[in-house]
Design a protein around this ligand. Structure first.
Ligand code: HEC
Length: 280
């Protein structure tokens, strides 16, 4: 649904159609129907965001909601800068913005910046897209608004679903992103795992299917499974924050705006009553 067609639909619904007559003209009715459909479509696409289905019917795990927790967000920012920013950029994000998470500028400069970067720079990367393409087959996408594109649950599941697969060029595969060309960059934290599959025959169709049975831990990671999950939750919280840093302000401001409109409506109502008092 493009903006232009939405506007033309609105214009038609507003009676600007050529077919003008009293009552609900056909044009207006058609316009209203189209508008309803347009809204339906918009709601549909709105719902579509974040419900990227997992492959092989792997259900997505629910990401803990750490978006309000500053310590989590700081930890997530640190993980992001250390583990993701070599390949992925976040071109809509400035380092200085991390001060909103309570990280002092000095600390950003000392711990989170690459030597060539300045604190006012955006989170860009040195790797050229062409090189990245040659190395990985696909250039790693910018992650500025990834949390809104894929949804937090998908990210949370994705970063916890890597397994060792020697048939892949990177040596890694992923349960929710089959044949992904990203290596498991957090493997030191999680340890190495393989996935166990079982070949079964589907009873209805008689086709052979490969069923995922579970993971097997091969070597232990630096973090326990529980700590790894919590680290990924922090990272995902950070990715969520980065995709909309103003979210908290927006919600707080929203409450005030609604209160203001409420008070305004009251006065408008009383004023209206006062104006019409003598006429009625
Ligand atoms: C060694 C380089 C490299 C590093 C480091 C890296 N990635 Fe990736 N990532 C890739 C590549 C390449 C792809 C594209 C995969 C594909 O399309 O097959 C990718 C894809 C992704 C995707 C899926 C994007 C999409 O919408 O298709 C997400 C999410 C992601 N990476 C998150 C992360 C996070 C979070 C980190 C840090 C923990 C990270 N990556 C670190 C190389 C990297």
């Amino acid at each position: 649904m493009t903006m232009a067609s939405l506007f033309s639909t609105l214009a038609r619904a507003g009676g600007l159609s050529r077919n003008r007559s009293f009552g609900l003209s056909r044009g207006v009715r058609r316009g209203v129907a189209a508008l309803a459909m347009a809204c339906g479509a918009m709601v549909g696409t709105g719902l579509g965001v974040g419900t990227v289905s997992a492959q092989e019917n792997i259900p997505l795990d629910r990401a803990p909601d750490n978006g309000e927790n500053l310590a989590s967000l700081q930890h997530g920012a640190q993980l992001f800068v250390n583990y993701c920013l070599n390949c992925h950029s976040a071109s809509l994000m400035r380092y200085s913005r991390l001060q909103d998470l309570g990280i002092p500028q000095k600390q950003i400069e000392d711990n989170l910046l690459f030597t060539t970067d300045k604190v006012g720079n955006t989170m860009s990367i040195a790797m050229r897209p062409d090189d990245a393409k040659a190395w990985f087959g696909v250039a790693p996408p910018d992650l500025s608004v990834e949390a809104r594109a894929k949804g937090r649950d998908w990210l949370y599941t994705y970063l916890r679903s890597f397994y060792r697969d020697d048939t892949r060029p990177t040596g890694w595969n992923n349960m929710v992103f089959e044949n992904v060309s990203m290596p498991h960059v957090l493997w030191e934290l999680q340890g190495v795992r393989t996935a166990k599959f079982e070949d079964t025959v589907d009873e209805e169709s008689g086709e052979k299917v490969r069923r995922f049975v579970g993971y097997q831990q091969v070597t232990r990671g630096k973090l326990s499974p529980v700590d790894y999950d919590s680290a990924v939750a922090d990272l995902v919280a950070y990715l969520g924050w980065m995709s909309e840093p103003e979210q908290k302000t927006r919600k707080q401001l929203g409450v005030w705006v609604l209160l203001f409109l409420g008070v305004l409506s009251f006065f408008a109502w009383r004023l209206n009553a006062a104006y019409w008092k003598d006429i009625k």
